[in-house]
Write a protein that binds this ligand. Structure first.
Ligand SMILES: Nc1ncnc2c1ncn2[C@@H]1O[C@H](COP(=O)(O)OP(=O)(O)O)[C@@H](O)[C@H]1O
Ligand SMILES: [Mg+2]
Length: 303
């Protein structure tokens, strides 16, 4: 476990060591979130590196990462705890087969830690070796409002009450990172609890840095073309704009195909790494790819 960084520069360097390329603005909110113990709410398009921040922070600080993946219909039972009903039933059956079972003792046993299934929120509130964990509440926009309200409460006092067991309180509150792909607006009340940062697509230089960190096998020349093309492609009206994840994937595909530079043919053959919707792929076929490539190259200063 490492101590939390003391300055914004240190935060930036720390994330950098974990392979995360982080601008000043993001480093500032991460630093403040750690220093003030406030949850960090990250919003942005899919594939811009929101989830990765939590992973990088966990790796960099040597803290455990606990992830709550949100989905439609997620409820408190799946987020906090459940009783292991099947195991309880077996225990009851077994006890029934034995004469003179102490019923009171059995009931107590059935609602003990042994039959408790800890879900991410309870896990994050429980004492940990190695300091407070990083709690990643991922893709919050996929849940519904009642769950959001529930979460608001859980995040305000960092404790969970289990009627049969009592209240479990985090000794040191977890470092909370929430993400949203903004398929809907998250409620103001929740946002107010948090520090907020909009994670945007990186500019050319930053995306180059990310490729150097995440796809070092690609040559500088190829990476420059990849980034220039993807940046140009992001200006097109697409159903799903390629994120950083796609740039990395694409660069890796091109390296695997021994491509040294881009050509309209090689782009057409590998579009599936960049665009995941047939309509978008269709749109780019033919002369469009060549035009975009020419425009992307025109923007590249000579290396
Ligand atoms: N700033 C960055 N530095 C390093 N890698 C990044 C960065 N941004 C994105 N990535 C890469 O892009 C991939 C997708 O990012 P992810 O965090 O899953 O996106 P999101 O959660 O925003 O949809 C990650 O696996 C990571 O490798
Ligand atoms: Mg994500």
């Amino acid at each position: 476990m490492r101590a939390i960084p003391k300055t914004i520069d240190e935060t930036q360097a720390l994330l950098g060591d974990a392979g995360y390329v982080c601008g000043r603005a993001l480093a500032t909110v991460v630093f403040l979130s750690l220093k003030l113990g406030r949850p960090l709410f990250l919003e942005g398009e899919a594939g811009v590196g929101k989830t990765e921040i939590a992973k990088a922070l966990s790796a960099a600080l040597g803290r455990r990462l606990i992830r709550l993946q949100c989905y439609e219909g997620l409820d408190a039972a799946s987020a906090v705890y459940e009783w292991n009903f099947a195991a309880q039933m077996v225990a009851i059956r077994t006890a029934e087969a034995v004469e003179g079972t102490d019923r009171e003792a059995l009931t107590e046993e059935l609602f003990s830690d042994r039959y408790l299934i800890r879900r991410p929120l309870l896990e994050a509130m429980s004492p940990q070796d190695g300091g407070a964990p990083i709690l990643l509440i991922d893709e919050l926009d996929r849940t519904d409002e009642p769950f959001e309200a529930f979460l608001l409460e859980a995040l305000s006092d960092f404790q969970v009450t289990i009627p049969e067991l009592g209240t479990i309180r985090a000794e040191a509150p977890p470092v909370v990172i929430l993400t949203s792909n903004r398929t809907r607006e998250v409620h103001d009340a929740l946002k107010r609890r948090c520090l907020y940062h909009w994670v945007d697509y990186p500019d050319f230089d930053r995306e180059m840095e990310i490729l150097r960190a995440r796809a070092p096998e690609a040559t500088e020349t190829l990476s420059r073309e990849v980034v220039a093309f993807v940046q140009r492609l992001r200006k097109e009206d697409l159903f799903k704009t390629p994120g950083v994840a796609e740039s990395i994937d694409w660069a890796k595909c091109l390296v695997a195909l021994d491509a040294i530079t881009l050509s309209p043919e090689v782009i057409a053959d590998t579009l599936g790494a960049l665009l995941k919707y047939q309509d978008d792929i269709q749109k780019l076929h033919g002369s469009e790819v060549k035009k975009l490539l020419d425009e992307a190259r025109a923007g590249l200063a000579p290396a």
